[in-house]
Design a protein around this ligand. Structure first.
Ligand code: ADP
Length: 406
């Protein structure tokens, strides 16, 4: 079975073709700056001898329709497929599924219209996803297509975790509540953690930390998300590369009144100019770490704030869960920045968390334990694989759908 995973944004499309017999990536690529003159379409694949090859075209790509045609031409040129209709399924990543979608589903007209209806909740993401889905349906009508939502894994959160303490009618009228994101990643690493711990997912209590440019933490009880740090949008929670995370909302009123900042500006400041970048001018954790080592005080402060916020969430979610079997670090920062892991878990022996400094320095492309043998809570580093998780869920939905038809 060959499944193509598509992550369509407003001006880019990431794609990955996966062989579901052995979960190997047959080809992956990126089409970026759609709608601009300097667009770029790229594919990477392994040739018959197993050597990595790359094809790249720089040309104007005016819209998603041309972008997807180019992607299929690249997949054919690389011999990954003969025709888009060779595919057994296409899995589309969708950031916001609101309250409508608790699980991945086969795309039909109603599903597409719901994703469109949810645009106000995800104005930066859902329009691009929708464009990708519509064009993909037109171009490969005979291939089953599934949408996998970043929010779906968190649909199990109880109301006391997802409600905001604001007038109830805003929830009823506008569906303002916490949804959570990165669900595909939290789910994938929770499943991997359960395997490592020799438990069923339904027996696992875990705190999963997805630390990338965006960062979120999830409290998982008996394999289900019961709380997560992102909210109505991916702005709430941990400090991130350019996002503020948790903040007293009164700061916004104060800025509006004192500096005359309008809504658009405040949105930009909190989403694009805050976080690590807001404190030290740089949002890339590698550089921030380097600057801190060289004695840059603001970089050190940014790092301290980042780690402290993680530590607070570990404490909060330990309280929410009662029993914690494991803590999982994942994402570009979680998988690579040993100093972040060490500092955010420092002095947490009272919560049963004890990192082994030597194990913590190691690197691995597989699940790796970094806690001491005696640590009651196991601390793991697990490389996330959101594309594979989307492909797995796509496969599951397609097989179940086929069975229902028979
Ligand atoms: P995204 O959320 O865009 O998928 P990633 O999960 O790739 O992002 O994470 C990107 C972050 O990971 C960046 O801040 C980057 O600096 C950080 N990162 C990647 N490698 C390292 C490393 N070796 N040490 C510290 N940080 C790293």
């Amino acid at each position: 079975m060959k499944i193509l995973v598509l992550n369509a944004g407003s001006s880019s499309i990431k794609y990955q073709l996966i062989n579901m017999e052995n979960y190997a990536v047959i080809a992956n690529g990126l089409i970026e700056q759609i709608g601009e003159n300097s667009s770029l379409a790229r594919i990477k694949y392994l040739d018959k001898e197993g050597a990595e090859q790359k094809i790249e075209h720089k040309l104007p790509i005016p819209n998603h329709e041309i972008a997807l045609k180019l992607m299929s031409a690249l997949l054919i040129e690389s011999s990954a497929i003969h025709d888009l209709n060779d595919l057994d399924g296409i899995g589309h990543r969708v950031v916001q599924g609101g309250s409508s979608f608790r699980e991945p589903v086969i795309v039909d007209e109603w599903v597409a219209s719901e994703i469109e209806r949810l645009i106000p909740l995800a104005p930066l993401h859902n329009p691009g996803h929708l464009a990708g889905i519509k064009v993909s349906l037109e171009q490969s009508p005979s291939v089953p297509q599934v949408v996998v939502f970043d929010t779906a894994f968190h649909a199990t959160m109880p109301p006391h975790a997802y409600m905001y303490a604001i007038p109830y009618h805003y929830y009823e009228d506008l569906k303002i509540r916490r949804y959570g994101f990165h669900g595909t990643s939290h789910r994938f690493v929770a499943k991997e953690a359960a395997k490592f711990m020799g438990k069923k997912l339904s027996q696992l209590n875990a705190i999963t930390l997805h630390l990338g440019n965006g960062a979120s933490v999830s409290a998982i009880q008996n394999g289900q998300s019961v709380d997560t740090s992102m909210g109505l949008t991916p702005l709430e929670g941990l400090m991130m590369g350019t996002r503020s995370g948790d903040i007293d909302p009164a700061v916004l009123f104060y800025l509006a009144r004192k500096e005359g900042l309008d809504i658009e500006t405040l949105d930009r400041v909190l989403n694009k100019e805050s976080g690590l970048k807001g404190i030290c001018g740089i949002n890339d954790m590698r550089e921030v770490g380097q600057m801190a080592e060289e004695g840059n005080e603001k970089a050190q402060l940014a790092l301290d704030m980042f780690n402290y916020r993680i530590k607070k969430y570990i404490g909060a979610y330990s309280a929410a869960l009662g029993r914690v079997d494991c803590i999982v670090f994942t994402g570009g920062i979680g998988e690579n920045a040993h100093n972040v892991r060490a500092k955010s878990c420092e002095n947490l022996q009272n919560l049963g968390i004890e990192i082994d400094p030597i194990l913590n320095q190691k690197r691995s492309s597989r699940t790796m334990q970094i806690s001491t043998k005696e640590s009651p809570v196991t601390v793991l580093v697990i490389p996330t694989n959101e594309e594979l998780e989307i492909a797995l869920q796509t496969q599951e939905v397609i097989l179940a759908h086929k069975q229902k038809l028979h």
